[in-house]
Design a protein around this ligand. Sequence first.
Ligand code: ADP
Ligand code: MG
Length: 319
Amino acid sequence: MASEFDLIRQYFTRPTSHTNLGVGDDAALVTVDSGHELAISVDMLVAGTHFLADTDPRQLGWKSLAVNISDMAAMGAEPKWATLAIALPAADEDWIAAFAEGFFACAERFKVDLIGGDTTRGPLCISVQIMGQLPTGQALRRDGAKAGDEIWVSGQLGDAALALNHLLSKYPLTDDELAITLPALLQPQPRVALGLALSNIAHSAIDISDGLLADLGHILNASSLGAELCLDDIPRSVTMQRHLINPSVLNMLLAGGDDYELCFTAPADAHDRILLIAQELGLALSCIGKTRAEPGLLVHDRQGNIIETGASGFDHFRQ
Ligand code: ADP
Ligand code: MG
């Protein structure tokens, strides 16, 4: 059986492109560009909690890095370096090879160097730390929203939650519908280019990992604001639209997790510039409402009818 060091050498050591010293020593060494600050974030993915234990390892490899890169996107940072701490129940080399393939596919796509980590035996658990850089003082923070800002989201919301609910046998989809929604769950696309483009425009941003209402709620809390959203303006796929008549699906659209789109606020006079960014990036950007000084998060439809949401997003300690 391969030793820990064989596994690290064979599967987790690749050439780096912007690192002074990578895998193999007691610590990695990197240089941050002058005039920039380091953005750091870590996430833990536990089998049975964050992913199903039988998830395809290639897709899991992609996702475990992608969700971290998404945090860099949400800060307006350029992702540069990652470390990977992984506990594996056994040295199943086919599994590890497939996981590494997915991980490095994502690393190459977003130009991230894997510079170190830790490999141990234990119940399957994956922790990735991501580091990126941004011009000092330009981060898209949660506490920067201003009253009267427009609220925007990228892409479409809720498909990942639809696919997950199908896989958990909680909501039936046809085979075709599953095939269309599954990539949102298994291969999220972090919106790095959008985060960078918004750096001088948006007042605040967050990536939607726990659901729109919960994550927008974090911006509103941090900025001491409330908001008004128009349900009809919240972007959704044809599949989501088809099922939206069902109240549990409305909950997936508004509060389903795992979307990894960006939600951001910007002054109303930036509206046209943001639409231009959408065009340049080939990425849908939808204005879904406005922040306001009065607290509370109100959702209404285009006719002005209030929508009872009763949803607050995913919270690991309040289920
Ligand atoms: P140490 O004993 O100093 O903690 P390790 O034996 O854990 O070092 O790791 C040896 C080298 O391999 C270190 O550079 C570490 O960062 C790297 N490494 C270990 N596991 C991984 C992994 N899963 N992915 C990337 N690098 C790893
Ligand atoms: Mg170690």
